[in-house]
Unconditional design. Sequence first.
Lengths: 115, 111
Amino acid sequence: EAQVTQNPRYLITVTGKKLTVTCSQNMNHEYMSWYRQDPGLGLRQIYYSMNVEVTDKGDVPEGYKVSRKEKRNFPLILESPSPNQTSLYFCASSLQGALPSKTQYFGPGTRLLVL
Amino acid sequence: QKEVEQNSGPLSVPEGAIASLNCTYSDRVSQSFFWYRQYSGKSPELIMSIYSNGDKEDGRFTAQLNKASQYVSLLIRDSQPSDSATYLCAVNGLGTYKYIFGTGTRLKVLA
């Protein structure tokens, strides 16, 4: 089954404790992206990756890191989480990122609470 | 000015009616436009994509794009209670890999 998986689905942590949210896709997609969703602010793009070892900042990259060492995986790293990073996070992938009619497939989301 | 704007709603329509959802964007070089449906607590799901001026139809859904006026709309014909969700408009710029989403319009279809 074609899918994007994220782990963990729910996470409660404390300020400053490094964490990683994993994202994996089994569709051989080149493009992967991370978003956060907050009430009243909608979905905002954090980072995206056009292919292995190629990443770039979205609109809200501060406080986040990413890496793309393998095509299928795109982890999101919070080196020192703060309460303002409490949010719902989505990973997404698509075959190619900059072509028309590209379909982004979203993972199920990770709900993060930073105390 | 927000780059992609949507009315937050809720937009309430009776079952069987046409629901009309609108989205305006500020960047004139925007190339591709998308409508996603998101049920409460779930991830967004692509409904329609459009990148040429005019209408694009897919079943009960029609996307309309007017680049001169910088708006894109989604019409849902014969609305069903199962269409009740938040609809997100997203825009992708020419030759870029960045996506800008609107904050979404909540649609309620009343049985």
